[in-house]
Write a protein that binds this ligand. Structure first.
Ligand code: PGA
Length: 247
């Protein structure tokens, strides 16, 4: 039985005062959560958030990492550094990084491998653009993105978390219907099953305009194991309502 997982992705939002207020409210309300909970925060706030979440049930995550272990890579952050700040999760291959920083499938797979080597869990994002969906390429795109990862990781694939995030649903208020999401999750699950029995049990999160009013229908689907939550993770009441909707 896969435990559901709700992870907040703060993106480039936050301030020292705002983070403390937000997490204060989240911690006050998260007590009875059935699912696992994490927040993936901007690098400069990792230390603060690590301190605030110490001894709580909410895990800390980052939103990206360098593919390099160390060295002359100005502006990059190594997995060993994330690990020192208590990160349990690292998002890799978010569509905003694929688009804004031209991250390839191969690079995303290599980052996932780095994260695993450092003893943390990569949250690997896949998803099609609106244009790709309308051209009937959804399956081909998400499977190509996932295949790059499974090809590199092999049996280690069982240790990742996968997130299906249709690009057209991110931050747009336009969510995939529970059925549309489930269809893609089924495809992803079939591919994982072909890798190994253990990989078939990888948690597959849905992300893209998850809100309190659609979370329950999404999380009720057999192959949706939780959510990667952007905008709604910045409002404690909304984030808590989404956490409460998990099975
Ligand atoms: P959203 O973002 O919930 O604001 O649509 C999700 C994500 O990009 O992870």
């Amino acid at each position: 039985m896969r435990q559901q997982f709700v992870a907040g992705n703060w993106k480039m939002h936050g301030s020292l005062a705002g983070n403390a207020a937000l997490l204060g409210e989240v911690l006050a309300g998260v007590g009875s959560a059935r699912c696992e909970v994490a927040v993936c925060v901007p690098f400069p706030y990792l230390f603060q958030v690590q301190q605030l979440l110490q001894a709580s049930q909410v895990a800390v995550g980052a939103q990206d990492c360098s593919v390099h272990a160390s060295g002359a890579h100005t502006g990059e952050v190594a997995v060993s550094m994330l690990q020192e700040f208590g990160c349990r999760y690292v998002i890799v291959g978010h569509s905003e990084r694929r688009a804004d920083h031209h991250e390839s499938d191969v690079l995303v797979a290599a980052k996932a491998q780095r994260v695993l080597e450092a003893g943390m869990t990569p949250i690997v994002c896949v998803g099609e653009t609106l244009q790709e969906r309308e051209a009937g390429q959804t399956a081909a795109v998400v499977l190509r993105q996932l295949q790059a990862v499974t090809h590199l990781l092999g049996e280690q694939t069982a240790r990742i978390v996968l997130a299906y995030e249709p690009v057209w649903a991110i931050g747009t208020g336009r969510t995939a219907s529970a059925q549309q999401a489930q269809e893609v999750h089924t495809l992803l699950r079939e591919h994982l099953r072909a890798v190994s029995a253990a990989a078939a049990d990888v948690r597959i999160l849905y992300g893209g305009s998850v809100k309190p009013d659609n979370a329950q229908a999404l999380f009720a689907q057999p192959d949706i194991d939780g959510g990667l939550i952007g905008g709604a993770s910045l409002k404690a009441a909304d984030f808590l309502a989404i956490i409460a909707a998990a099975r």
